[in-house]
Structures are given as C-alpha cells and as structure tokens.
Design a protein around this ligand. Structure first.
Ligand SMILES: [Fe+2]
Length: 174
C-alpha cells in the first residue's frame, strides 16, 4: 500500500518535472505514518527515514516475542554493522529484496542476497547491515525474546552501544 503511494507520487512528480521534490516525499509520508498507532519510523543519521516498523503482535512491552512488518525505505550501508537486541530473530522477505553484509566468526564478511520468500535468521550475536536491491523492501519480522541492548561495530572486537553512538554523532555535529 505505502509502496504504491510512493510509486504513484514519484511518477506524478517526475511527470511534472519536479524530480527534486521526489526525495522529500518518503520523509513527509514517514512523518505522517509514524503518528499512526502501532507504527514507528527509525530515522537515519541524515534525517531521512530508514525503516518503518508496524507492530502486529507486541506483548509486555517488547520483552516477549513480537511480530512486525518492516518497510525499508533504504539500506544502511553508510553505517557500521549493527546487532539486534533479541536472542534470535527471523525475517521473511515479502517484496523487493536486499543484500546483507554479515560479519562472520573469523572476522571476515559474507554478502548474501535475499529475495521475496527467503528467510533470514539473525542471532543475537550477529552483526550485519543491508543494501536494497531496488527501492523499498517489505519484510515480516519475528523478534524473539529481548535479552540485551544493541549497537554498532566498526571492526571485530569493537562495540559501541546505540545510545553512545547517537550521542557521539550529535556532539560531532555541534
Ligand atoms: Fe538489522
């Protein structure tokens, strides 16, 4: 649905020669959508929308397994790889698709493409990031028990909690 709205808006703006406005459309739509109950938008460092999360099942304030719909506005290749707060999570690609870069136990990285219908299992100690194959990607995300915080890793052995990273980036901008 949202994908169709973006596609139609994009087509209309291109038709009328307003390409510059096209990039602003997802931001405007995301600002409206995040006001809806059960919706949350995760924003990138540059203030553009990164991920829309629609809570289908959420029990006891995220401490127990939850089921979400995710819409990736874009990938997150500009950031370091990140972990998840859940013991295990599973992502089923519904539309679009992404290439995941995942850090392996030996410190190397593995890239794997995920297409509609594919299942991606993400353990709590996995560090990864994704790059979209084309604009927009819907996934059904099943989050296991929330067991810890999460953060980013610039290199093997390095870990920066997300709160510390947000603070550092805000300070660097001042
Ligand atoms: Fe992730």
């Amino acid at each position: 649905m949202i994908e169709s709205v973006f596609a139609l808006t994009d087509l209309a703006l291109r038709t009328f020669g307003a390409q510059k406005a096209v990039t602003a459309v997802p931001t405007t739509v995301a600002r409206l959508v995040e006001r809806l109950p059960g919706c949350r938008v995760i924003w990138g460092d540059d203030g553009s929308p990164y991920l829309l999360r629609i809570y289908l099942v959420r029990i006891f304030r995220r401490r127990l397994p939850g089921v979400f719909l995710h819409y990736f506005f874009r990938g997150d290749r500009e950031r370091a790889v990140h972990s998840h707060p859940w013991q295990t999570s599973a992502s089923i690609i519904l539309s679009g698709g992404y290439v995941e870069e995942r850090r392996m136990p030996d410190g190397g990285t593995r890239s794997e493409a995920f297409f509609p219908g594919d299942l991606n299992i993400i353990a709590g100690d996995t560090f990864h990031r994704v790059d979209l194959m084309k604009d927009g990607c819907w996934t059904l995300f099943i989050a296991g028990k929330r067991t810890k915080s999460w953060g980013f890793s610039e290199r093997p052995g390095h870990f920066e909690p997300w709160q510390d990273r947000d603070k550092r980036i805000a300070e660097e901008r001042e």
